[in-house]
Design a protein around this ligand. Sequence first.
Ligand code: SF4
Length: 430
Amino acid sequence: MKHKLNMISLGCAKALVDSEILLGGLKQNQVEITDTPEGADTVVVNTCGFLDLAREESIETILQAAELKKSGNIKQLVVMGCLSERYPDELAKEIPEIDRIFGSNNHREIVQFITGKEFSKDDPLFFRSLMTPRHYAYLKIAEGCDNGCSFCSIPLMRGLQKSRSIPAIVDEAQRLAAQGVRELLIIAQDTTSYGWDLDKKVYLNDLITALDKSLPDSVKWMRIHYAHPAHLSQRIIDAIAATDRVCNYLDIPIQHASDKILTSMRRGLGKEMIRERIQRLRDANPGIALRTTLIVGYPGESEDEFNELVDFVNEIRFDRLGVFTYSEEEDTLAAKLNDDVPAEVKDERKAIILDFQAEISMEKNQALIGQTLDVLVDEVGETVSVGRTEFDSPEVDQIVHIKGAVKKGEFCRVKIESANEFELKGISLG
Ligand code: SF4
């Protein structure tokens, strides 16, 4: 009988790709993947270790799986990912039901442990098993990060940047295209510094050009995430503008807008440079949708610095925006600072920014009423289906409710009839 395994993937898209690689290796070794943990022989939890809420969710999930093992519902519990990379001893001590603990990149060892067989990610017969709908997929172009932002523990968990070669990425993208992927989401910890670490340096614009030359027309969208503004060069901006299938969209996390806070965060640029990069982006790519993320309540963020951030958000008018409240991460530079903004003030500041953003988003969405947009259909319902425009990434951005006949995974033209802060509604024109 086949070994049955259930995979629980937590955290970001980069961790999701790790889970997909592991599932590919396990399937290749005749392991059956189940939808639920109950009744599986093995449960693998891919943990997230970034920010306290994510850590709590990871521990809660491991504890639930540990309960299943205690009651005899599963035989084996394996934990991998960022949290276990950082705190293996603590996890082993606190949760003795865990059979083995691995890091994020130990795919070969995990497959060996579960199946007793060999597996290599470089095997040409191997391919990752997608956990996303088959029409879109994440494309991880590098692992790790060299930046050392003061608040961030990711380099402690994932190490320094290791970029993949352009041929390896192009090969993976072509295979994804052959499987029916229509949208590729390009990810790394910092996509704009892609390629600096390779023996023969290359840049994100070289990769964009190489992908564009080698992909079939069926891949209509390529979307770039995690573009660090300090490394957003003119050649990258120009490549985005020159390549039709790169969505007129950029995820550009700025984190803050006060020079004092940005310096303490070690972000490598100040407010004026962020403003200038955004202007150059908008000049080269009229109508580009910008997504950003911010941190409020960073140590030393007084009312003045917070108000500066609010003013900047209102000035730039980002299209999509997420806010995190500062959370102290062990062993980071910021952990040495006094975490002096009370939790309720952090929450209040987050709410203030989100309120301003909701107004901005409402105005931008209302302006789309009457326009006809290309939409990729993510879900088909009996009366209403759901899709996204090129200005929206899956899971994190807005959706479009579509009336009329559409097909999952296909593009359609949608006439926008109404809008609220975070959703558009329209009718399919086919
Ligand atoms: S760019 Fe900064 S925030 Fe992003 S992963 Fe690297 S160190 Fe962390």
